[in-house]
Design a protein around this ligand. Sequence first.
Ligand code: UDP
Length: 322
Amino acid sequence: MSPPRRRAAARRSPVSVVTGAAGFLGSHLTDLLLARGHRVIGLDNFITGRIENIAHLAGHRQFKFVEQDVTEFLFLEEPVDYIWHFASPASPVDYLEYPIQTLKVGSLGTHKALGLARHKGARFLLASTSEVYGDPQVHPQTEDYWGHVNPIGPRGCYDEAKRFAEALTMAYHREHGVATRIVRIFNTYGPRMRLQDGRVVPAFISQALRNKPLTVFGDGTQTRSFCYVADLVEGIYRLMLSAEPLPVNIGNPTELTMLQFAEEIIRLTGARSRVVYRPLPQDDPKQRRPDITRARTLLKWKPRVALADGLARTIEYFRNQP
Ligand code: UDP
């Protein structure tokens, strides 16, 4: 940035662009940025995002919304300081329904968002995923693990799109000197998840709230580690402000089997539900837990919200959904 531009930037609020701003994570990130004094320009095409997630921001003076597919050319007149690239279908059910859009937003959408970052001299953060590790053979997963991914399986559209997005981000960093950050997001939950998005948290909670059986896939011994959304966006914010261009895992290392998780949801909701078993989807990772040593040391970050507390807030949200 030239000295006059830097002085101008110092006088005004930082400007952030959030792609996927109407999504689960994008909308929580937008709230956090507004609370920290950013002006936010949110983009979404509503494939899986929902207007309800940002309805509370209508009329907010520091928030502007643009309905746009981020695979199309991004034109913004104003200066931009930070770009947070969160647009993508992200639940297995969603990316199976939209495999081509998932591949396009991870590839073409990331290209457009990086191009905007380069043009504006903005810092860029890619929302990547633990899915880059595939069905991992290293446990817990550290950032230096290269992964075990089936490129042509049903999850390949998401996993490979995000792997390509990481490669493109590093190329823009190395070739064009763009200041880039990559967060690998592990399973996250909280208010504003779609009840029907197929992920295990909304699936089990909605089943339990109706006293229906909880559908455990496979034998329920596969594991996941769930991070509350407020913890996640705090970690991501710190990563953007850090100087770290290499990927950083953000997630909660408390690991549960899906059977234990079903029992926890039944306990917390007080449901009379039982568990039923359904076939395990193809390539469903058998175990997943983040090693967060890098986040702890580089960002001084660790999750603070206990699973029972985060789930209680999430259950409350789903109880109040029509
Ligand atoms: N799962 C389940 N019952 C459901 C939905 C999901 O047992 O109704 C399992 C799924 O097989 C996986 C885990 O829960 O092992 C997490 O699935 P999710 O779709 O939330 O995300 P993933 O971590 O697989 O991307």
